[in-house]
Design a protein around this ligand. Sequence first.
Ligand SMILES: C[S@@+](CC[C@H](N)C(=O)[O-])C[C@H]1O[C@@H](n2cnc3c(N)ncnc32)[C@H](O)[C@@H]1O
Length: 275
Amino acid sequence: MVDPGVVAFYDRHPISAAQILDKVRASRGSVGSLDAADLFAHDQDHYGGLAANDALAAAAGVSADSLVLDMCSGLCGPARYNATRLGCRVVGLELNPGRCEGARDLNRRTGLDGRVTVVRGDVTAAPFADGRFDVVWSQEAFLHVPDKAAMLGSARRVLGPRGRLAFTDWVAGPSLTSEDRALMREGIAALSIVEPADYVAALRTAGFAAVETTDVSTDWIPILKARLAMYRGLREDARRTTGADPHADYVRFYERFVALVDSGALGGGRFVASA
Ligand SMILES: C[S@@+](CC[C@H](N)C(=O)[O-])C[C@H]1O[C@@H](n2cnc3c(N)ncnc32)[C@H](O)[C@@H]1O
């Protein structure tokens, strides 16, 4: 059962297909004849941008022959990047109807709709045949999914015999309090943030063999601060162009989020598991 708060959060998220196209229009003068690369500065909704995609793709062994399932694919920025750079095919599985529609629009505009497709659905019940994918991929999204066992079981089921699951996510440190968790739930619809050891145990229970974990917290801190600056800029843009202030709460939340990461109560983890 999906919490409606997650869909509502992404319905009002500052990054959207329309906002990405506005940014491209402002820098390029038009949104005609787009290449995927024209969007890369704006369409990556995770920490570390294209370099983080490269690191995850290398860890997962994505190649031109791979069929990749991007779980929680959002607007498909990483999917378009991987399809362009590596030549792989990607299927995005995404819950939010507006994000599915936005991703399809951006895929079409960049001529990638043959190689990057989007299916609307919930990652705890991936609507695909057993063993269909070579790689299951996800970035900064599993924190929205409380039923980790169903989600990881679903990932394991759709992977072929030599498949790999590779994902990054926010993870809890021992000092994360229940008030902090409530703040994260309210601020970014983070329904379930677990400690790295919990992810490793859940991966093993789901049937994954080897699991590698990497602490990426120190890489994420400067990125998080740059994000805060970007959201402050989007807030200013909205105030200037519309006179309204729709992103005020989001910016206030983000300021507290940065403090939690600075204190070590929250961190980033990369997990790579073999089927
Ligand atoms: C932070 S965005 C990540 C987007 C993408 N990974 C990127 O880097 O650009 C998280 C996405 O997860 C989606 N999501 C959350 N819960 C989901 C679920 N249970 N099933 C499928 N998608 C989900 C949200 O709608 C949102 O688009």
